[in-house]
Design a protein. Structure first.
Length: 140
């Protein structure tokens, strides 16, 4: 049972796995053994998540959720099916935990007067430097 955070644990029965041939490491095994793991989590039907949590996950992980409301996580990094399965579950847990964390509210700040003056002085210096590059006027 993957633990997402202190309050949330997802039951193993809510996770489905599909297996396919991997394009990752494995030598001759790549052609014979299905080591690629795709974890499927039905977000809409999950009893573990509250409606607010479902909405937040759908908003933040929208690119990983299909039209059917299923969150997909794939792993093919390792040579064995079991290692890829563990990696997919870990990735799923970290994605869900990240999606469920609330962002700290932004505190508006102002640029200080000294900072503005330094920026303007730097602009003046650059302007003077570029003005020095022009050829002198010819006097008639």
């Amino acid at each position: 049972m993957p633990r997402i955070n202190d309050e949330l644990v997802i039951d193993d029965g809510e996770l489905r796995f599909e297996f396919a041939r991997s394009s990752g490491p494995g030598g001759q095994n790549v052609n014979k053994v299905e080591t690629k793991v795709r974890l499927l989590f039905d977000l809409a039907a999950s009893p573990s998540l509250s409606p607010a949590q479902r909405e937040r996950v759908a908003e933040r992980l929208g690119s990983r959720i299909g039209r059917d409301g299923v969150l997909r996580v794939t792993s093919q990094r390792h040579r064995s099916r079991e290692a890829n399965r563990r990696a997919a579950v870990e990735r799923f847990a970290s994605l869900l935990a990240e999606a469920l964390t609330e962002a700290a509210p932004r505190v508006p700040t102002r640029v200080s007067r000294a900072k503005k003056l330094r920026r303007l002085e730097a602009k003046r210096q650059l302007s003077r430097k570029k003005a020095m590059r022009t050829p002198p006027d010819e006097e008639s």
